[in-house]
Design a protein around this ligand. Structure first.
Ligand code: AGP
Length: 604
């Protein structure tokens, strides 16, 4: 989703801004732009499309102050005109988030003579600040007054032609960091943009504003109350991710999963089937007394949560409910705060709907745990405790390794709670053995890549697919369908296999592909084969995925290693990731940055 960079110091700003924007490309965007100030004049350079195009288009202005942006369209189509920065009068702004009352503000501003070139909410925000500056005592005052009039979310950086040596930044609901260098400052919506430039960062909190000058910075809240801030060490290990010989980040990250799972378990899964989780901030009695678990996430994280429910309920016997962030935040869920814990699953730790759900969970007085990948992200900082995923930077917009790491963390949590609730040592050891075997089993599963590629070459022109699974392969079917949709742009719908006959089967004809996940479990396997028969009877095509040999009824087959029921869903999911990847490649799509998608969804 949208990205922000900014620089003020002694060096030429343009190359630093462009490089920062390149580092934010993985978030997904449709246009980009930069603004610098030189001799009291603002220079703006924008382009629809990739940062590489922007780089070609923007000459180095020589200015040592500037801001930049990658835009993911919300208000107004992707275009050079709508790209940020937006300038109104003396104010030039880049903005992440959504100004919800922009239409009302626009009407008021038009009444006093402002004219707008774009349909963006950001241009309205720039005009609002410009107008406030006419009567405000200084730029900070103008921005604070304006921001106190807006509803919605913002992470913003702005330049003022009247204040050539200042950048003003502010946030509400959209991440923003200030990187502290030697006589220079960097601004970014994401630490990846400043790694290598600075060692210390400040994470701005909601409703904080910073005025960054050449010789220092001041942080206040929107009522101008001085704020004390904490300097954090920046993890320099999140070095610029490279493809390391792989054609795309997506396939590289799929292949990283054995290592990622091992890293998530390292030092946590102990030899005797016990689990050490240092950051939960819950003691053993509190964990033993748990009576309800809520899991909240969006997209792939939500589907990881769904599978987590199946695993946790079987392992711990505790009822688990799974909530989609964008739904939970607005529905009046009936929850008992006693003996309840809420697990927040998120790769980025910045997903707006997940963060809003966290606020609701906190309001209800429920202990929150974050299963988060990005260290220092908003979610990671705001939860009561948690488990870092240690999956490393996930660059591909389509999430793969974070999903596996989330489930590994959920299983660690489940095993710990189950042991405290009396799971027999022998059973705990058996479960732990399954977990330990996971990296190797996934390594074996990667061997199915060639066959997935061959099948993809044969079915790439299909327009509609079902992904079908029973029991804990049902959430895997949902995740598999999401992956295919995201990267291949083929319509894909996940369904519980047994639900087909209740309606969806009406769609089946010779042009329809059903990806049917077949479990090792005898009973469910037999039931699923009957369902394949029903599809074949209607001339539908079937791709089966299983540890068993290809059933005679299916047209294509991906075979995965035979593993325990606990880890079978994760293994089968890897085969589906590979299939989605090869479909995207076969269709010639932009695999790592699929159209319309953003890596980190920081707006509603
Ligand atoms: C995954 O492939 C997606 N791009 C998307 O569904 C993602 O999982 C979702 O937006 C949640 O992101 P998060 O894990 O960073 O919170």
């Amino acid at each position: 989703m949208c990205g922000i960079v900014g620089y003020i110091g002694g060096k030429s700003a343009t190359p630093i801004l462009i490089n920062g924007l390149r580092r934010l490309e993985y978030r997904g965007y449709d246009s980009a732009g930069i603004a610098t100030i030189s001799k009291g004049k603002t220079l703006i350079c924008k382009k629809q499309g990739k940062v590489a195009e922007l780089d070609k288009a923007c000459a180095d202005s020589g200015s040592t102050i500037g801001i930049g942006h990658t835009r993911w369209a919300t208000h107004g189509e992707p275009s050079e005109l709508n790209a940020h920065p937006h300038q109104v009068g003396d104010i030039t702004i880049v903005h992440n988030g959504i100004i919800e009352n922009y239409a009302d503000l626009k009407v008021e501003l038009e009444k006093i003579g402002y004219e707008f070139k774009t349909k963006t909410d950001t241009e309205v925000l720039a005009a609002l600040i410009d107008n406030e500056y006419k009567t405000a005592t200084d730029i900070s005052h103008a921005v604070r007054t304006a921001l106190n009039k807006v509803a919605g979310t913002f992470g913003l950086a702005l330049l003022s032609q009247k204040d050539e040596d200042l950048i003003v930044v502010a946030r509400r609901g959209s991440p923003l960091i200030l990187g502290i260098g030697d006589d220079e400052y960097f601004i970014a919506s994401d630490t990846s943009a400043v790694v290598g430039y600075v060692e210390k960062v400040i994470y701005l909190e909601d409703d904080q504003l910073a005025v960054v000058a050449r010789d220092g910075y001041d942080v206040v809240d929107l009522n101008n109350k001085a704020q004390s801030v904490q300097l954090h060490d920046l993890d320099q290990d999140q070095v610029k991710a490279e493809k390391e010989g792989f054609e795309h980040f997506l396939i590289k990250e799929i292949h990283e999963q054995p290592q990622v799972i091992a890293d998530t378990m390292r030092g946590r899964l102990l030899k005797d089937g016990e689990v050490r989780l240092g950051g939960l901030n819950l003691d053993d009695d509190e964990l033993r007394d748990l009576k309800q678990i809520i899991i909240i996430g969006c997209g792939t994280a939500y589907y990881a949560g769904m599978l987590g429910k199946y695993l946790l309920e079987r392992l711990t016997g505790i009822p688990v409910s799974v909530e989609i962030g964008s739904e939970f935040r607005y529905r009046d869920a009936a929850l008992n705060p006693e003996n309840t814990v809420a697990l927040f699953l998120s790769q980025s730790g910045e997903t707006a709907d997940t963060l809003a759900s966290l606020a609701e969970i906190k309001r209800r007085g429920i202990h929150s745990l974050g299963l988060v990948n990005v260290v220092g992200s908003t979610l990671a900082r705001e939860v009561d405790g948690g488990i870092y995923l240690h999956a490393g930077p996930e660059i591909s917009v389509a999430s793969t390794k974070a999903y596996s790491a989330m489930l590994t963390a959920v299983m660690l949590f489940g095993l710990k709670v189950a042991r405290l609730k009396g799971l027999a040592r022998s059973e705990a050891l058996e479960f732990a053995e399954s977990m330990e075997s996971l990296p190797n089993e996934i390594k074996q599963t990667l061997g199915v890549s060639d066959e997935a590629k061959r099948v993809a070459s044969q079915v790439k022109d299909i327009e509609h697919t079902f992904y079908l699974g029973r029991s804990d392969l049902y959430p895997v079917a949902l995740e598999g369908s999401l992956k295919l949709m995201e990267v291949s742009y083929i319509h894909a719908q996940g369904y519980p296999t047994g639900e087909m006959k209740h309606g969806p089967i009406a769609l089946i004809d010779e042009g329809f592909l059903s990806v049917v996940l077949l479990p090792e479990d005898e009973l469910l396997y037999a039931k699923s084969i009957s369902n394949i028969e029903e599809i074949k009877a209607r001339k539908g095509k079937v791709l089966s995925v299983s540890s068993r040999p290809q059933p005679e009824q299916s047209d294509y087959h991906l075979i995965v290693p035979k593993v325990s029921q606990w880890i079978e869903p994760l293994v089968i999911n890897v085969a589906l990731q590979l299939f989605a990847y090869h479909m995207a490649v076969a269709k010639g799509n932009d695999v790592d940055q699929p159209r319309n998608l953003a890596k980190s969804v920081t707006v509603e």
